[in-house]
Design a protein around this ligand. Structure first.
Ligand code: AMP
Length: 356
């Protein structure tokens, strides 16, 4: 989007707001960091008296569903009886907006409106009315004019869509003990990919006794799956933290239909996709022996008890195995014999990857 297109959109928002507030002095509240450029140019186009302030929120992504939000910078003005117009750079799913509305819910404002430069109407949850917006955009990841990608790009005058068509993203599929983690270690070196194991992420969080770790512990100890909403958020965070990767190996994710669908939607929004799902096949008796052996050295509680291992297989058969059909329908499912020497199996996987 050119600088002129962006500026025309900013001007149109300012004019619509001005038409409604010309007889009073509204308080414009910009949402940092993304909205700083929008607020600045908006004010240049706003012809009447107004005041301006900013808020900054940080939400602990990964646990947003529990609503843990920290206000890093609050509006210092007395806003009782005032007309407040929130100035946002972008309305996406509505998650941040909900937090903002909560922040203002105790104040006795005269009137509370929301103005956003960009608006993803396809994905917005519709919980609150968006009163003014500049441009409706599709669910793509955009950068520039205050909006960042890994904190970079905020200084661009234009707005760009992230191009990640060259990436390779693989899902390693298979039962616990199939060798997904072992193979991922080799494949990530060979193809310069980032390995994301949801099991490892949970174990890291449990070791550090984080809120996420505490939440996941009882599920993992019993060999049950951790609830989707927690797992999906954690995975999305891990991808976003590694936005400079040239591709990902997803190991242990997705494990349910909801996770597979969430992954597709999430990647699509970033112009990425799953290129292939590769299953490592092995029979249960081999896997149980492998896991019990691993349990002796790893100390993992879920590897040391055969009944827990069988429960993990049950979870797999019920919730994860059906994903084979999901990926087959997309023409992405490949299967590799997971029994043999480690390097032989790496070679089999490599053959599939190189044909992609
Ligand atoms: P793993 O190391 O992949 O075998 O995962 C160990 C445990 O972490 C699993 O038995 C689950 O309790 C939890 N876990 C890992 N990945 C997921 C996921 N995608 N969905 C739900 N739970 C998961």
């Amino acid at each position: 989007m050119s600088e002129a297109q962006v500026q025309a959109a900013v001007k149109s928002v300012a004019e619509k707001v001005a038409a409604d507030y010309k007889n009073e002095v509204p308080l414009f509240v910009g949402v940092l960091n993304g909205a700083f450029m929008f607020v600045s140019d908006f004010l240049k186009h706003y012809p009447y008296d107004c005041e301006v302030s900013f808020v900054k929120l940080s939400s602990y992504r990964g646990l947003t569903s529990t609503g843990i939000v920290q206000t890093l910078l609050d509006v210092s003005e007395d806003i009782d009886g005032r007309s407040v117009v929130i100035l946002e750079d972008i309305i996406d799913t509505g998650r941040t907006l909900k937090e903002l509305v909560l922040l203002f819910s105790n104040a006795n404002v005269k009137d509370f409106k929301i103005a956003s430069l960009f608006y993803k109407s396809d994905v917005y949850n519709g919980e609150y009315a968006i009163d003014y917006w500049g441009i409706e955009i599709p669910d793509k990841f955009i950068v520039g004019y205050g909006l960042d990608y890994m904190e970079l790009g905020r200084n661009l005058k234009e707005v760009y869509q992230l191009n990640q068509k060259h990436m390779i993203n693989l899902v390693l599929f298979g039962k616990p003990g199939a060798g997904k983690g072992t193979q991922a270690e080799f494949l990530k070196e060979k193809y310069n990919l980032k390995h994301i194991s949801t099991g490892d992420l949970f174990r890291y969080n449990m070791k550090n006794n984080t809120e996420l770790g505490q939440l996941a512990k009882s599920y993992i100890d019993n060999g049950d799956l951790v609830p989707d909403e927690v797992t999906i958020k954690m995975l999305e965070d891990a991808v976003e933290k590694n936005a400079d990767a040239s591709g990902f190996i997803f190991d242990g994710f997705p494990r349910t239909a909801a996770q597979a669908e969430a992954l597709d939607t999430f990647l699509e929004g970033r112009d990425m996709k799953v290129n292939a799902t590769i299953a490592l096949e092995a029979n249960d008796e081999v896997l149980i022996q492998r896991l019990l052996e691993r349990g002796k050295v790893s100390g993992r509680s879920d590897d040391q008890d055969e009944s827990k291992i069988r429960n993990r297989f049950d979870e797999y058969n019920q919730k994860t195995a059906p994903l084979k059909d999901y990926y087959e329908a997309q023409g992405k499912f490949h299967s590799v014999n997971g029994i043999g020497a480690i390097d032989e199996i790496t070679h089999r996987l490599g053959k599939v990857i190189e044909e992609l």
